[in-house]
Write a new protein. Structure first.
Length: 123
């Protein structure tokens, strides 16, 4: 596993939103999708409100690679399914960062959304 350097981890983790481009089977990148990103410990995570049926999530499954842009950082990444043991920390990070959006944040805390939790690792 490759780890984030402190500057990129902080910049991406503090960014309000992240643009994610997943890699197609032929190696080209899909159009960017804007989403929330959270930091839990020294790791970065994203989730699909629609769970594993979400179009952008399904796009990450073809090669488990892509690119993210947030907080002035542009990085090539791999997408890893988070372990269910990570969900509680990710839930807490979503509540802490986006809790002011009360009616929206609950959508990323459902079992459906949890199942799509991806850990972003630099490559």
């Amino acid at each position: 596993m490759t780890t984030w350097n402190d500057a990129d981890l902080t910049s991406i983790g503090e960014a309000e939103e992240l643009d994610l481009e997943s890699e197609r089977g032929d190696g080209t990148l899909r159009d960017p999708v804007t989403m929330w990103v959270v930091r839990a410990g020294d790791r970065l995570y994203v989730r699909s409100v629609k769970g594993i049926d979400g179009p952008w999530y399904r796009g990450t499954c073809s090669r488990h690679r892509g690119r993210v842009t947030a907080g002035g950082v542009r990085a090539d990444v791999t997408f890893h399914d988070a372990d269910p043991g990570e969900y509680a920390d990710v839930d807490a990070a979503y509540r802490a960062k986006y809790g002011r959006y009360t009616s929206i944040v609950e959508h990323v805390l459902t079992e459906q959304a949890r199942a799509s939790t991806l850990r972003l690792e630099p490559r």
